[in-house]
Design a protein around this ligand. Structure first.
Ligand SMILES: *[C@@H]1O[C@H](CO)[C@@H](O)[C@H](O)[C@H]1NC(C)=O
Ligand SMILES: *[C@@H]1O[C@H](CO)[C@@H](O)[C@H](O)[C@H]1NC(C)=O
Ligand SMILES: *[C@@H]1O[C@H](CO)[C@@H](O)[C@H](O)[C@H]1NC(C)=O
Length: 982
């Protein structure tokens, strides 16, 4: 839009200029002509070109040889306009109905696939799933690989007020289809052409109802909203590739999420999942529209109707599976580093951070703790006593997470036990493919077809097959966890390198030849020519290869695409992107069985439904302001992907952190569910104890976070139960406010808290947008809950808020909220045992001038029992409601305590109420019909701040189920005048 407007303005100026010169002096036809041409080019700009030459080196000759059109982009054409593009409107299939909701597609006589022969006859079908989801499938009549057969989604649906319908236009050549809402809004429309279905190249293109698109992953998006002013291609193929936030970088990262959400023009949202696990890419085109390409499987597309953004994610996660509930302690502050020299080194840093009394729950080491980087071993000398130290941490109320890489060295007892128990590993398909130069070095592996590769250990490793249909591999993995847990009683698992990552595949001089800590052993080589290159060098290799240029293949940094798993039934070409997902699933079970508790798993590689088993960290980022900012977007995106337990490596993994940036990152990270300071080796320490300023800011930020943990934990419960998001874009809660659609650098923390982090160097204030939310009777307002004007309403719209480093992050509570809080303590274990309190931020008085109200919830359980089914778990769910009737000076707080199964429900110590009209009468408090004693020393009220703090003489124990009511009176006077000012 902006570009179009700019183009038109330029044209207008040119035309005015030429008209002016025409009138004033001599005729200047060339100027006039160019101005008209210019105007024409703005209108006729190519917004829907489908790239026919995505690899480097496009030429007109090469282009035309593919049956495509060559036309240089014009001056006003969007950035990234391809010169070589398909004759899309002529290419595709003819549809003939075969039965209800099913068509035979026959390849038309239009242009052919540039990448392999078109499949002549296909099946198109669609079906409704439950009340709301529509599934459209385009597939071969012969069974092909389908991701949906392997990711065991629950496929549940949620009620929606909206129904979608599919229209198949079988009277046109090529045919097209559209997905519409009842009101006629078209959400998806393939009439722009370009449908291709070849064995190893599938393409579908659609136009879109708006330019407000969110999602697709895993990538670095510097803005939450996609950019439709240009053509942009994104690779989707799991790769051990660090994020880069310096400018636009469209490379594929660790996970794959072919899911997006769109906001239509009326505040309605819908979501789309393309369930496919092959290497794939998507190109957003200015139309607006996109071109989706994959090199295997089928087109299996699911449409989620919303109509609110929150409903889209509830519908999506009902279908793929709700996210797991992390252990309570896993919401505590975590600290790790790669490159601790020894256990003593780690102990010293942990002690340093503890000495500042910074709330701190989880300390761990990276692969350094292992004996030469082998899973399930402990470093002999430097790490002796590691298990005892973990026990010591448990006594402090702290916990420990250990890193486990999937790859197992082919020469030690864990590997031998795997072979003995029938575990399988990613393998070569045929005996003659095995690289004997490697295999024969390993007596245990010599007579196997296990594909041996290089990762961190000194010698070659094999990748366990977590899709083993016999479950022997999964069982062996679980047994190894149990066995090692006897040595080091860890509480959670961090699974890294599971793209899976292989060092130096196909390289003559891999990076580890220059690493003194890694022996120079031969890397894996995959076939790159001849008949066996059929999977490793397919005709179309996707943006995940083209992006990196010459010398890269799909197997770069990973195993060969020809490799097999699933007892030889599955090809890595198809299953590669599921590796991290499958490892997460088994590892969650391993943690349950080894620890007997819930714990937590975090995984680097993810796929739709990984959130059921694991959380995610945003990868090996760098200590830059840009990576700090993209973490704000990344955490929001992973919530859309159904993985709310997410965060970035605080202060940056690679590179040396600066004091100010580290301080800001600690502040931002304190809102992310997964909150870990992590650092790479050979870098200066960057834990908060390094700089007094960072220690002070971290203590303050962590104390705020810890005070909010009952709220944060309840948000995770809502995610697990209902598919709600924890961190989300502002538009989720204010979809009707169009200003919110492009807000990337602020976010909602659940429904009640809005956060505007400081993420720029030397910034002392943040500019943020306070959205306007309205129902027929209520206008939402926000109150500051940080150092600036604490407890006071902030103006709606754009404003500046002070954000010196000595303040906490600018944070605001939405009116109408009740937030359960806990006193901060040094660990979550300690804080859980303390009485809790409620922050009450009431709504404006309603239009009939009757009452102010607020509501909130608390989910509570023992924090650490395995949750197999959130509905059957032992918990207590409490709903709070609050109302003030100022005209009568009456206040009511009800606590509806659900069946109380939680072992130890905390008692309620005090209330903090914002915008409270007048002084409460402390002698008027009644709880369930009995007088309730208030501590008048500790309680206070100020008519200036209008904050009322009410301490009970003894904390109220309300662990018995049922409705409990506290009532009290406040003075009736001065109400009117107080209201006017607000
Ligand atoms: C299109 O499909 C309808 C039924 O859905 C059928 O009546 C009609 O004959 C079809 N047209 C063509 C050209 O196949
Ligand atoms: C493997 O485990 C899965 C789920 O745990 C189960 O559904 C399946 O039947 C098991 N397969 C075998 C061969 O035991
Ligand atoms: C709930 O607690 C009871 C009593 O402690 C226990 O027997 C039961 O197994 C627990 N249920 C779950 C799902 O953990």
């Amino acid at each position: 839009m902006d570009r179009l407007r700019r183009g038109l303005v330029t044209c207008f100026l040119l035309i005015s200029l030429s008209l002016l010169s025409f009138l004033i002096a001599s005729m200047k036809p060339p100027v006039l002509l160019s101005a008209l041409l210019c105007l024409f080019s703005v209108y006729a700009q190519d917004n829907i070109r489908i790239d026919c030459y995505p690899e480097n080196g496009a030429t007109q000759q090469g282009c035309e040889a593919r049956g495509c059109t060559w036309k240089a982009a014009a001056a006003f054409d969007p950035v990234g306009t391809p010169y070589c593009f398909m004759k899309a409107e002529e290419m595709g299939y003819i549809a003939t109905p075969t039965s209800d909701k099913q068509w035979t597609l026959t390849k038309n006589s239009g242009p052919k696939s540039p990448w392999g022969n078109d499949i002549a006859s296909l099946k198109l079908s669609y079906k409704d799933i439950g009340d709301s989801v529509i599934n459209v499938r385009i597939e071969d009549w012969n069974k092909r690989f389908e991701a949906g057969d392997h990711v065991d989604f629950p496929r549940k649906t949620e009620y929606s007020t909206e129904q979608l319908s599919v229209t198949v236009r079988n009277d046109s050549n090529p045919f097209s289809f559209a997905v519409n809402r009842k009101n006629g809004m078209t959400l998806f429309d393939t009439s722009i052409g370009g449908l291709i279905f070849a064995d190893k190249f599938i393409q579908i293109a659609t136009s879109l109802p708006s330019k407000n698109m969110y999602g697709w992953g895993e990538h670095i998006h510097q803005e939450i909203k996609h950019d439709f002013t240009r053509y942009t291609s994104w690779g989707m193929f799991a790769r051990d590739e660090p994020p880069n936030s310096q400018g636009l970088d469209t490379k594929n990262l660790y996970g794959v999420h072919p899911f997006y959400m769109m906001m239509e023009s009326n505040g309605h949202a819908h979501g789309v999942l393309i369930l496919n696990a092959n290497a794939q890419d998507v190109t957003t085109i200015p139309a607006p529209g996109y071109v989706y390409r994959t090199i295997g499987g089928i087109l299996d597309i699911y449409f989620f109707p919303g109509p609110s953004p929150a409903e889209v994610i509830r519908q999506y996660t009902a279908f793929i599976g709700r996210p797991m509930l992390p252990a309570y302690w896993a919401l505590g502050y975590q600290m790790c580093r790669y490159g601790y020299k020894s256990l003593q080194d780690m102990k010293d840093r942990v002690a340093a951070v503890r000495s500042y009394n910074i709330p701190f729950d989880v300390a761990y080491a990276d692969i350094d703790y292992m004996e030469r980087y082998k899973d399930f071993t402990t470093g002999k000398d430097a790490w002796g006593g590691f298990g005892d130290y973990v026990k010591q941490m448990h006594e402090w109320g702290m916990h420990n997470i250990l890193i486990f890489d999937p790859a197992i060295q082919a020469d030690y007892d864990s590997f031998q036990r795997g072979l003995n128990s029938g575990a399988s590993f990613i393998s070569w398909e045929r005996p003659d493919e095995v690289m004997h130069s490697i295999q024969d070095l390993y007596p245990m592996a010599k007579n196997t077809q296990i594909m041996l590769v290089v990762v961190w250990p000194d010698r070659h490793v094999g990748f366990p097959d977590f899709l083993d249909p016999s479950n022997a591999t999964q069982q062996w993995w679980i047994e190894e966890f149990k066995r090692y847990h006897d040595d080091v009683p860890f509480d959670g698992a961090w699974i890294d390198m599971n793209e899976p990552s292989s060092f130096g595949t196909n390289e003559d001089h891999p990076f580890f030849f220059d690493d003194p800590d890694h022996p120079n052993i031969d890397p894996l080589r995959c076939p790159t020519s001849g008949p066996d290159a059929d999977y490793d060098v397919p005709p179309y290799q996707t943006h995940a290869v083209y992006h990196y240029g010459f010398g890269n293949t799909l197997a770069t940094k990973t195993v060969c695409m020809r490799a097999v798993q699933g007892k030889g039934e599955l090809r890595l070409y198809d299953t590669h992107n599921l590796y991290g997902w499958s490892e997460s699933k088994t590892t969650q079970k391993a943690v349950y069985e080894a620890t007997g508790k819930r714990g937590v798993v975090i995984s680097r590689s993810t796929y739709p439904s990984s959130g059921r088993y694991a959380g995610h960290w945003l990868g090996d980022n760098t200590a830059t302001w840009e990576d700090l900012r993209s973490a704000v977007v990344g955490a929001q995106e992973f919530n859309l992907f159904g993985i709310p337990y997410v965060g970035s490596d605080v202060c940056g993994f690679n590179g040396a952190a600066s004091e100010e940036m580290c301080l800001r990152w600690q502040q931002l990270g304190s809102f992310h569910s997964f909150f870990r300071n992590h650092n790479s080796k050979d870098l200066p320490y960057q834990d908060p104890a390094v700089w007094p300023s960072v220690a002070a800011a971290s203590k303050k930020a962590n104390e705020f976070r810890y005070s909010m943990l009952p709220y944060l934990y309840s948000l995770h419960y809502a995610a697990t139960l209902n598919g709600d998001t924890v961190i989300r874009p502002i538009f989720f809660d204010f979809p009707q406010d169009a200003e919110t659609l492009g807000l990337s650098e602020q976010f909602m923390w659940g429904p009640s808290i809005l956060v505007i982090p400081a993420v720029y160097e030397s910034q002392t204030e943040v500019e943020g947008y306070i959205p306007l939310g309205e129902t027929p009777t209520i206008t939402y307002r926000f109150f500051s809950v940080y150092d600036y004007n604490y407890g006071q309403k902030v103006p709606l719209g754009r404003s500046l808020f002070p954000a010196p480093t000595s303040y906490n992050t600018p944070t605001f509570v939405k009116s109408g909220s009740i937030i359960p809080r806990a006193p901060p303590a040094l660990t979550t274990v300690a804080s859980r045992s303390l009485p809790f309190n409620l922050l009450i931020a009431p709504n404006e008085i309603d239009s009939s001038y009757n009452s102010q109200s607020a509501a909130g919830v608390l989910y509570w359980d023992d924090g650490d029992s395995v949750v197999e089914d959130i509905n059957k778990n032992n918990y207590t769910f409490t709903q709070f409601e609050f109302s003030v009737t100022p005209k009568e000076g009456k206040v009511v707080l009800t606590m509806n305590v659900g069946p109380a199964n939680a072992p130890s429900l905390p008692s309620l110590e005090y209330l903090e109420i914002f915008d409270f009209p007048s002084s409460p009468t402390y002698t008027s408090f009644i709880l369930d019909g009995k007088l309730l004693s208030i501590s008048s020393q500790k309680s206070k009220y100020s008519p200036i701040t209008r904050i009322s703090t009410i301490y009970f003489s003894t904390p109220i124990n309300f662990s018995s189920a049922g409705k409990h009511t506290i009532t009290w009176n406040c003075a009736v006077s001065m109400l009117e005048s107080n209201r006017i000012e607000a």
